[in-house]
Ligand binder design. Sequence first.
Ligand code: ADP
Length: 169
Amino acid sequence: RGRRARTRIFLPHLVAAMEEVEETYIMVKPDGVQRGLVGEIISRFEKKGFLLKGLKLFQCPKELAEEHYKDLKGKPFFPKLIDYVTSGPVVCMAWEGVGVVASARKLIGATNPLQAEPGTIRGDLAVQMGRNVVHGSDSPENGKREIALWFKEGELCSWVPIQAPWLRE
Ligand code: ADP
């Protein structure tokens, strides 16, 4: 009896944890904007079935780029990375969904575009690490942190797309 009762309590809890909705910060970097890849990149996340919550074209100030990439501050490529990300407008996006953080990283592909699988954004559209067209948060915590960093209150929308029941049962 005790065992059955425990199962009933435990299983729904597990399912709820697995279904947790996440947010990720996706950004088309200046090379992606310059090369006319904005629509193509947005389209991949849109078609997959994630929910777009925020979107803007934005010229990133140096301080924001440094804060965004603060974990890479000691790396030899850091100054070039900051120059790269601030070299022209970027497209900032907030996407929501169950499992969106890891899935977006898969859709984006490996950091080095030459190692990125065909079918991924970097695998299909880029050839060099310093021009890898897109950014995606690497954890749910960083997803939240980066969205708060790049978007102001009032720039994000909560909405239910009409296709919702056709995406998830
Ligand atoms: P990712 O963007 O895939 O999460 P990282 O967080 O490790 O990768 O690095 C952030 C960005 O810094 C990369 O997307 C890339 O533009 C740049 N970068 C990383 N490593 C190098 C490197 N060795 N040389 C030049 N640029 C790099």
